[in-house]
Structures are given as structure tokens and as C-alpha cells.
Design a protein around this ligand. Structure first.
Ligand code: FAD
Length: 393
């Protein structure tokens, strides 16, 4: 705190914009930093020390919950409609839940990627708008651009049923904001995704420009993980340039390197099996071992129910999905549920490489296979083919 004014700690801020939205004096503005992440900037002249920003901050008001003993009810789930499975990242849980809300005249909030490759949260009242939210965009999503929290507040005040989907920190920020504004949240359903961590939108935009230069044309479509090329478990990205689909793999490498994540992702207060949201969904990694009969090459979702409200919504998707209850243990208990991404010693060097040599240098250094890793990959594939691989996946 600076003389009572909220101070900003980048390790404790997900840039959700709750503080900016609640400030009665417009003293807070979210500003983009050199890494491309948004953080609040406070005009101390305008600040009247009302403390609403602190009250509405999801991070400040959240205690870490490391308890792995009390686990929520856990289900494996896949949508019955094969097209939905193919058009979703995992098993189509999001479509099943959001369909219920839309059919009841409700509103759905979630993350889209627009035609300029901006990753942002938006609002939908019909299937067309909702379908743009399907599939994971492995980039930090912007909730500020369309003033999402204020839109949710307005919908709730008009007694609409609302489903908010996003990362746990975004759902936490929204709930904290609405509580600070004393909004009735009985019609709000929050659905968070299991989140490894969110990479920089600035690097992603540079990456898209890099691909356009490499493929000598405008990208008309891009998929972070294209199921049609490599199934649910594959890590193949695709970009369509001049009507031709190109296979690539650089973004997945940058994402999984944990070097481009938002600083708060290394210290995520929301990592826990017991979440702030009503429902958590994710990829059911481990299904092959936990329940082999339920495996589907097009994807399976894991679904955790945290509240009575969540259970009510869950009961309404039973018609549209195949569902199997399974304890949250063994191969289903993936570490990304309860453990933050590991801080990387080379993160500083990663960013220096970017400032110094741009995306080209970054890709060369961090996302291109050298001879040794190519040989290792080849060997792994051979072992997998002859059934000697240690990992099932
Ligand atoms: C950055 C990121 C990291 C992830 N890490 C993991 C992980 O470690 N383990 C795991 O099991 N699952 C992870 N997921 C979640 C998983 O990939 C699926 O998004 C989830 O299972 C939903 O799949 P679905 O088939 O039900 O729905 P889909 O129809 O594919 O729905 C996508 C849902 O994800 C939301 N969404 C998409 N992109 C973003 C974004 N950038 N920010 C916030 N919300 C977004 C949409 O609003 C929608 O609710 C991650 C997703 C993202 C975006």
C-alpha cells in the first residue's frame, strides 16, 4: 500500500479489471506492460481511498487452499454429439453447460479469438456467438476490453441467468467484484477451466505476424491444437494461409516452456482441487488408465462440482452427455489443478531474447528442435510404436 492507495504486485494480479470496473472516481486504468499483460495504474490525485478496489480484488481476498484430502465430486464426460466433440477442446463439457443456459434464455460469457487474433472475453445470447468461445486459446484473455464484469452485473440486475466461463482467477475476480457491489449472484453460474497458465498476448500477436511472413500470406484461420490433424492428445497447431492448411508446433512449445506466462501464474492462489467456481472442467488426461472403456479419441472432459448451484446445472446436462462418476485420484488428479507453473530461471533471458531479437530469435532459441531433441523424439516414437514407451500419452 502507498499511503492507503492499493499497490500493485505483478505476482499477485491477473489483470481481470475488477478494480478498474468498481472505482467510483475512474482513478484506475488497466495499462499494458512491456510483456503485454494488463495491470492497474492508479491516479493518486483522483483516489478517495474508498477501498472498493481492495474489496473487489480476487487475489487480495483469496486464501491459498492446498487441501488435497477433501475432494469435490468428479465426473468424466463426453458430449453425445460427435460434431460437438470435434469442435471442442476436450469432451464438449462447455457446450453442454452453455446449451442449458441458452435454452433457458440466459447469457453466456467466454473467451474468443477475433479476426485480428486478439484473445478476449465476450458475451453471447445464441449458439453462433457461443460457438466462437469453443476450443482453448492458449493466451491470456482480456476481460477488460468489453467491460465484461459490468456487462455481467447488468445481466444479473435484469434477472438473466448467466454462465461465466474462464480461468479460475477471472471467475474469482468476477465474484469478488459482484460481492463488493452487493449484486445478487443467485442467477450466476461460474465455470472455470483447469489452467496450466496463460502466455503473453504480445508474444502471440508477434508470433502470428511471424507465421504470416514465413508462409507469405495472411492467416485466415489458426488453431492452437487441431483435433482434425492429430486427435485430442496431439499437439499440432494449424494455420490456414491462402486456403492451404499448414502444420506448425512453435506456439505449443513456447506455451509449454512456461517462459511466456503471466507472472501471477507462477504463484496462482486459485490452484486447488476445491475452487471458487461452481464447476471446473478440463482435459481428462489419465482417462486411458482410470477408465479405459470411457476413452474417446475425440476427447474426454473432467468435471468437478463444487456447489449446490453447480450440481443443479450438472443435473441438466445428463441428457446430452455420456457421464461416468470417478473419484478424483490416481491418473485423474493432474498437477495443474493444484500446482502453479514452476518459475523458470531462464524467464529473464527469454524476455531479453525477445526484446533483442524479436520473435524470430525466440523461436530459434526456444521452439526449434535441435539435432539431439530431434533424435530423442524419433527414438520415443519408435519405442511407442513397439510398445516400450514408459508414458501412455
Ligand atoms: C491457457 C489454458 C491452459 C489450460 N491448461 C489446462 C491444463 O493444464 N489441464 C487441463 O486439463 N485443461 C487445461 N485447459 C482447459 C482445456 O484445454 C479446455 O479448455 C477445457 O477442458 C474445456 O474444454 P471443452 O471441450 O469443455 O470446451 P470448449 O468448447 O473447448 O470450451 C472452451 C472453454 O474454455 C474457455 N477458454 C478458452 N480459452 C480461454 C482463455 N484463454 N482464457 C480463459 N478461458 C478460455 C472458453 O470460454 C470456454 O469456456 C487449459 C485451457 C487454457 C485456455
Amino acid at each position: 500500500m502507498l499511503n492507503g492507495v492499493m499497490s500493485i504486485n505483478k505476482n499477485q494480479c491477473c489483470g481481470c479489471g475488477a478494480c478498474e470496473s468498481i472505482c467510483p472516481k475512474d482513478a484506475i486504468t488497466l495499462k499494458v506492460d512491456e510483456e503485454g499483460f494488463y495491470y492497474p495504474s492508479i491516479d493518486e490525485e483522483k483516489c478517495v481511498l474508498c477501498n472498493l478496489c481492495k474489496e473487489s480484488c480476487g487475489f487480495l481476498n483469496k486464501e491459498v487452499d492446498n487441501n488435497l484430502d477433501i475432494k469435490p465430486p468428479c465426473f468424466l464426460l463426453k458430449h453425445k454429439d460427435e460434431n460437438v466433440l470435434k469442435e471442442s477442446r476436450s469432451g464438449g463439457a462447455f457446450v453442454a453447460f452453455s446449451d442449458v443456459v441458452l435454452k433457458n434464455g440466459g447469457v453466456v460469457y467466454g473467451c474468443i479469438m477475433d479476426e485480428d487474433f486478439n484473445v478476449l472475453h465476450t458475451r453471447a445470447e445464441d449458439e453462433t456467438g457461443r460457438n466462437k468461445m469453443c476450443k482453448s486459446k492458449y493466451v491470456k484473455s482480456d476481460t477488460k476490453y468489453q467491460k465484461i464484469f459490468k456487462q455481467v452485473e447488468k445481466d444479473l440486475e435484469e434477472n438473466r441467468m448467466v454462465l461465466f466461463s474462464g480461468t479460475a482467477c477471472q471467475a474469482g475476480g468476477l465474484v469478488s467484484y459482484l460481492k463488493a457491489k452487493k449484486v445478487n449472484i443467485s442467477n450466476l453460474f461460474t465455470l472455470d477451466i483447469i489452467c496450466h497458465g496463460c502466455p503473453s498476448p504480445k508474444i502471440f500477436k508477434s508470433y502470428i505476424r511471424y507465421l504470416e511472413k514465413k508462409f507469405k500470406g495472411k492467416i485466415s484461420d489458426y488453431e492452437f491444437r487441431d483435433k482434425s490433424m492429430a486427435g485430442w492428445e496431439g499437439n499440432v497447431e494449424t494455420a490456414v494461409v491462402g486456403g492451404k492448411k499448414r502444420k506448425i508446433h512453435y506456439w505449443n512449445k513456447l506455451f509449454l516452456s512456461d517462459l511466456a506466462l503471466m507472472p501471477a501464474c507462477y504463484n496462482c492462489k486459485y490452484k486447488s482441487v476445491n475452487r471458487i467456481s461452481d464447476i471446473t472442467i478440463g482435459d481428462a488426461w489419465g482417462v486411458k488408465k482410470a477408465a479405459p472403456g470411457f476413452y474417446d479419441k475425440n476427447g474426454v472432459s473432467i468435471c468437478l462440482i463444487h456447489t449446490e448451484k453447480g450440481k443443479k446445472l450438472f443435473d441438466l446436462i445428463k441428457e446430452s452427455c455420456f457421464i461416468l462418476e470417478h473419484p478424483l485420484c490416481g491418473p485423474l488428479l493432474q498437477k495443474h489443478l493444484y500446482q502453479s507453473a514452476k518459475p523458470q530461471k531462464s524467464r529473464e533471458e527469454f524476455w531479453e531474447t525477445y526484446y533483442d531479437g524479436g520473435i524470430e530469435k525466440l523461436i530459434k532459441k526456444y521452439a526449434t528442435d535441435n539435432l539431439l531433441s530431434k533424435a530423442k523424439k524419433k527414438m520415443k516414437n519408435i519405442l511407442k510404436k513397439i510398445g516400450l514407451s514408459r508414458k501412455g500419452k
